[in-house]
Every structure is written in C-alpha cells, then in structure tokens.
Write a protein that binds this ligand. Structure first.
Ligand SMILES: Nc1ncnc2c1ncn2[C@@H]1O[C@H](COP(=O)(O)OP(=O)(O)OP(=O)(O)O)[C@@H](O)[C@H]1O
Length: 252
C-alpha cells in the first residue's frame, strides 16, 4: 500500500530521516515509536506531503506521491493528531460533514453520513449540534476520528491521537479505533510515545532512532527487545509497571 525507497529529509543541514526504506501492506496497523525528536512525526507527514522529502521516493499503490496533486493524494488519507484542531465556529455535525460537503455530497446524504460516523465512533447523536468548546477532550478526539473517516480514506495517519486523554478514555478509544480499522479494512499508522500502546494495538512496531529504523517487528517478536539495549529499555519500563501492578494485586 505504501512504500518508502531510500527516503531522506534534512532540516537546516540536519538529517532527520536517514535513508528510510520500508513497505507497508494494505490492511496493516503499524505503530511508529521512538524517543522525542527521533523523526516519527516527520516520517508520518511525508506520506500526506505535509513534509516534502529531499531524497528517495514514496509510493502509494505503486504511484509516486510526488507526481500526484496534493489535494487528490490527501483525499484518500485521513489525518488525526493530538488536540485535533476542530473548527471552533462549526458544530460537530458541520465539522464531520466538511469534506463530504466540499466533495459535493447532497445535504440529506450528508446528514445520514454524519449520523453513521458519530455512531461508528460511539458518540451520542445529540452531540451533533454542539460546538467543539462544549465537548470533553475524549469526545473531541472521537469527533476528530469521525471527521478523518468521513471521506472514506484508505489510509489513516495518526500522530499521538490519544496523547491528551485520560488513561481509561485512551484505552477505550484505542480499542474502538482498532476495531474500526479491522472492520473498514484501513491501513493505519500511529505515532506514539507509549511502547505498551504500540505493542498492544499494532500488528507491527517500527522503532525509530535518529531518523533511522532501529527495529521493525511484530509485537510478539519485539517484546524481547530486538537485541538493542535502547529498545530493551523502552520495553522494560512497560513490563516493570505491569509486573508491579500484578504484585500489588497479589498482595506481594
Ligand atoms: N519544520 C522543522 N524545521 C526544523 N526542524 C524540524 C522541523 N520539524 C521537525 N524538526 C526537527 O526534526 C527532528 C525530528 O522531529 P519529529 O517531530 O519528526 O520527531 P518525533 O520523533 O516525532 O518527536 P516527538 O516524539 O517529540 O514528537 C527534531 O529534531 C525536530 O526538532
């Protein structure tokens, strides 16, 4: 579905993506993890050309994205990020229906689509008339997902989409999105700082460090650390927390 061929990106002479090559199969759920500043967000944004690459090439379904009009490219790619950026002067329904409206979908069909999407992300229908300021963080993030899904994208790019949420909402929304991914046959990429979230949500975890791929494995393989002390350290933190909680529950 997506392929990176020797992709490089510099900012002011600093190499942020360094010769990245990878292939992402249709229907897969890929997590990008790594330390702050590793290049995760940059890598994600090269796919919808919010960041333009300096060297190499990226193709979607075999077509070089550099040769496609940006608007056409982005129509097939949903984008969700932390603090989603809903339009404050528009209602929830207007936010969700924005892309379908721009695409010329008739009013009644739009209303039905909004209802369907709110249902899909488990939001009550009466929320449709509210404005973003009248929503909780978790509700706003669900609206962000609904808006990104409105154009029926094939690919979803998500940058710390659950970052600002409380742990219970984060867990619920993560599981809800994973189910949507499976039902809708999406190809999903998520950037997260949280190794446990990556291991539990994704089919494949790519660890980025200094603009390079340090490891690229399914969770069951990566949990053993991939022979890299930096990755072992990230996984050890998640495992220690789980072990301490188990010990506490067992009264040890
Ligand atoms: N527009 C820009 N101009 C200059 N440097 C940039 C720009 N965007 C990102 N960078 C730099 O590129 C590097 C990678 O940034 P990026 O946001 O991709 O990292 P990240 O892994 O997503 O980090 P975080 O987890 O903190 O969000 C950082 O050193 C950052 O400062």
């Amino acid at each position: 579905m997506i392929s990176f061929d020797h992709v490089g990106k510099h900012y002011a002479g600093r190499r942020v993506l360094d010769d990245v090559s990878l292939t992402i199969e249709r229907g897969s759920f890929v997590a990008l993890v790594g330390a702050s500043g590793a290049g995760k967000t940059t890598l994600l944004k090269t796919i919808n050309r919010l960041v333009e690459i300096d060297t190499g090439a990226i193709a979607i379904e075999g077509r070089d994205i550099a040769a496609q009009p940006v608007a056409e490219l982005r129509r097939r790619i949903g984008y969700v990020f932390q603090g989603i950026g809903l339009f404050p002067h528009m209602s929830v329904a207007e936010n969700v229906a924005l892309v379908p409206r721009l695409q010329g979908m008739p009013r009644e069909e739009r209303a039905a689509r909004v209802a369907e999407l709110l249902d899909l992300v488990a939001l009550p229908a009466d929320l449709a008339a509210r404005h973003p300021a009248q929503l909780s963080g978790g509700q706003a993030q669900r609206v962000g997902f609904a808006r990104a899904l409105a154009a029926r994208p094939a690919i979803m790019l998500m940058d710390e989409p659950f970052g600002a949420l409380d742990p219970v909402t984060r867990d619920e929304l993560g599981a809800a999105y994973r189910a949507l991914h499976d039902v809708m046959g999406l190809t999903s990429l998520i950037v997260t700082h949280d190794m446990a979230e990556a291991l539990l949500l994704a089919d494949r975890v790519i660890v980025i460090g200094e603009g390079r791929i340090l490891a690229d494995q399914p969770p069951r393989a990566l949990i053993h650390g991939a022979g890299d002390p930096r990755i072992e350290a990230m996984i050890a933190v998640a495992r220690r927390s789980a072990a301490r909680l188990d010990a506490l529950a067992a009264g040890r």
